[in-house]
Write a protein that binds this ligand. Structure first.
Ligand code: ADP
Length: 170
């Protein structure tokens, strides 16, 4: 099935959804931006599970483009799905890895049985991916990934991000 795509503006930690996606870094131990906000509002249970993941199957951290779920702690969601976006380098970035973040997050969501999934604009903060290109990759990948997820909600932090995604959705 193809999910319905919806857009929201604001803070992703205020959303209610089955799963909220975190633009994590590979350490899984917290950071700035979305990551910091999720750990702040979600409480210590999320970090505790992230630490366990580091102590078990992700000893070297979560590789770029992959995704893994934890509890959502005190967020209004059942799970947080952590994924690591690629960094935009001078001259470009690996678009297949950014697409992989969305695809792998949806795969994990399917494994969990999540039907509504809220995504931030992965890689567009400290990882510097240009918003228009990130929006294109996010929307195309969500529309082209077979999934049982019924709603993919992109939660955009500001007007510029919202407009980029709205333009892409036509
Ligand atoms: P990355 O390291 O993948 O670039 P960031 O968290 O730095 O991740 O930024 C990703 C995007 O999320 C940016 O567009 C940023 O403006 C936005 N953002 C930051 N905080 C929040 C939040 N609380 N809710 C939704 N989006 C946010």
């Amino acid at each position: 099935m193809t999910p319905t795509i919806t857009l929201a503006k604001g803070d992703i930690t205020r959303e209610s959804a089955d799963a909220i996606v975190n633009a994590a870094n590979s350490s899984l131990l917290g950071g700035g931006g979305v990551d910091g906000a999720i750990h702040r509002r979600g409480g210590p249970a999320i970090l505790e599970e992230c630490r366990k993941l580091r102590a078990s199957q992700y000893g070297k951290g979560l590789p770029t483009g992959q995704a893994v779920a934890t509890t959502a702690g005190e967020l209004d969601a059942r799970w947080v799905i952590h994924t690591v976006g690629p960094v935009w380098q001078v001259g470009g970035g690996d678009a297949s890895l950014l697409a992989s973040c969305y695809r792998e997050s949806l795969r994990v969501a399917d494994e969990l049985g999540a039907r509504t999934v809220a995504f931030p604009a992965i890689s567009t903060g400290v990882y510097r991916w240009p918003m228009d290109d990130a929006a294109r990759i996010a929307v195309e990948t969500a529309l082209n990934t077979p999934t049982d997820v019924e709603e993919v909600r992109f939660v955009l932090f500001d007007d510029r991000a919202y407009e980029a995604f709205a333009t892409r959705l036509g």
